[in-house]
Design a protein around this ligand. Structure first.
Ligand SMILES: [Zn+2]
Length: 211
């Protein structure tokens, strides 16, 4: 059996198990999804949103990319955000980074990853640039990486608050709450690093008045 055939076999076993536990499981989920959470996480295979939060299918709407970035020109991310906020009416948007993130490490190096990856990593380099005084003072490389992981999450949550999508929802729906979390690969524990609620400070340069 090839590795991908094993996935298909495991899928059959999983589907059977779900129906045995809850005969209406697929009937219920196929007609409706009402997730309370939008998860913006890293693509890293070691950080599966549902497993580490103990949530079930239907509970978390998920977007993942390298180093859990919120880039204001990323049509994919913005479409997911728009749909989650305006149609699914999620109550919480979570940006979850993780210690030891390969994307963060790559952005801290001087290596040429060639055009497309360089373009993506540039967004992380720009975060480093903002906090370079603090980051350059950290001598231990692992500690420096992990601090940039935390600061990157803070920046990406801030980027969310700077979108008209979130600002309009804060005004009309009094939500969603924005959360910045960092997951520890070594202990499996999530550390909250930032929370922004409706009314939180937004730099006037990015605040829309005529929403
Ligand atoms: Zn990562």
């Amino acid at each position: 059996m090839t590795p991908y055939e094993k996935l298909l076999l495991e899928n059959k076993a999983w589907a059977k198990e779900q129906v045995e536990e809850d005969p209406d499981f697929f009937k219920r989920l196929s007609s409706l999804q009402t997730p309370e959470f939008l998860w913006i996480g890293c693509s890293d295979s070691r950080v599966p949103a549902d497993k580490i939060t103990g949530t079930q299918p239907g509970e978390i709407f998920v977007h993942r990319n390298i180093a859990n970035m919120v880039v204001h020109t990323d049509v994919n991310l913005l479409s997911v955000l728009d749909f989650a906020v305006n149609h699914l009416k999620v109550k919480h948007v979570i940006v979850c980074g993780h210690y030891g993130c390969g994307g963060i490490k790559a952005a801290m190096s001087s290596r040429d990853y060639k055009p497309v990856l360089n373009m993506w990593l540039r967004n992380i380099k720009d975060v480093y640039h903002i906090y370079q005084a603090e980051l350059n003072s950290i001598k231990d490389e692992e500690q420096k990486t992990d601090r940039l992981v935390e600061l990157n999450v803070v920046e990406q949550v801030t980027h969310l608050a700077q979108t008209s999508i979130i600002q309009r929802a804060w005004q009309t729906e009094n939500g969603p709450h924005l959360h910045g979390w960092v997951y520890g690969l070594k202990d499996g524990i999530i550390k909250p690093v930032l929370e922004m609620t409706p009314g939180s400070y937004i730099d006037p340069l990015y605040a829309y008045e005529d929403l």
